[in-house]
Design a protein around this ligand. Structure first.
Ligand SMILES: [Zn+2]
Ligand SMILES: [Zn+2]
Length: 277
């Protein structure tokens, strides 16, 4: 792969709760997990249930991984796949986990330790064999992941906080913005700073504008807001992401058509979708 190429794979696109079944088989039922494949490295956004298949797939490629997992935040739908990411249990891998919304109240290692401990889970993080590092930072800081990968970060509007990311590499930019609630009639300046001219913007589209008033304060946004942001930020492609568990394939197909009419670069993220940027 030429160094300027960047591959995005969607392993989990659902929000809130894994939603398997006949009604979600097209767009997928696993929760948030997006892989950015940079050739020798991969950066993973969130470890929802979708990360299990990613870990199994990486295992089949062989070799040793040098991987960063950037958490938007630690709500269950974004961390529930952590214990099931097979590379944690193999000694040849280096995996760094990052969170930017927990300090000063708590830290990422403590948080992951707490979900992998009795009475919630049978295996503790001491069972990890890979070289695992936990890094806490304050949202707003720029992260240098090495190898020419830089990541800008910004705080989003979500209960307990959530971190938006803009990954840049080889002249390409991908923005990962979930979970976040917009203020009506406003474009969030933190979001605008992360998305401007991005090749791909992945955004929390849990609701439609019609549904939103019944869910104000729940910490999520709409696909129409995503379109307003994408136009203002002049992004090239917009991935409608973090689908509501109650939105089945038929509903999402309608969203895909409407969003595509409103913004030509818009599409609905689907589990298994690969994009070459
Ligand atoms: Zn979520
Ligand atoms: Zn959340």
């Amino acid at each position: 792969m030429p160094p300027e190429q960047l591959t995005v794979r969607f392993w989990g696109v659902r929000g809130t709760l894994p939603t398997p079944g006949a009604d979600t088989v097209h767009y997928g039922g696993n929760t948030s997990c997006v892989e950015i494949d940079l050739g020798q490295r991969q950066v993973i956004f969130d470890a929802g249930s979708g990360i299990k298949k990613l870990g199994d797939w990486l295992g089949r490629q062989g070799g040793s991984l040098n991987t960063d997992i950037l958490f938007s935040h630690c709500h269950m739908d974004h961390v529930c796949g952590v214990p099931f990411f097979a590379p944690f249990y193999e000694p040849q891998h280096r995996i760094t986990l990052w969170a930017g919304n927990l300090l000063p109240a708590t830290r990422l290692e403590e948080t992951i330790r707490s979900i992998m401990s009795p009475p919630l889970f049978p295996i503790e993080i001491d069972a990890f064999k890979a070289e695992v590092q936990f890094r806490d930072f304050h949202a707003g800081k720029m992260l240098d992941l090495g190898g020419g990968i830089t990541v800008h970060t910004g705080m989003l509007n979500h209960p307990g906080g959530s971190v938006g990311y803009r990954l840049e590499h080889g002249g390409k930019a991908v923005a990962y913005i979930t979970d976040t609630e917009h203020r009506q009639g406003e474009l969030d300046s933190n979001v605008l700073a992360l998305i401007h001219n991005a090749d791909l913007m992945i955004y929390d589209c849990t609701y439609t504008d019609e549904e939103y008033p019944n869910h104000a304060g729940w910490g999520h946004s709409t696909w129409q807001q995503a379109v307003r942001l994408a136009k203002s930020g002049r992004v090239k492609k917009l991935a409608v992401f973090h689908h509501d568990p109650d939105h089945d394939d038929a509903f999402m197909q309608k969203v895909e058509a409407e969003a595509g009419n409103a913004f030509p670069g818009a599409f609905v993220a689907r589990e298994g979708l690969t994009l070459q940027l």
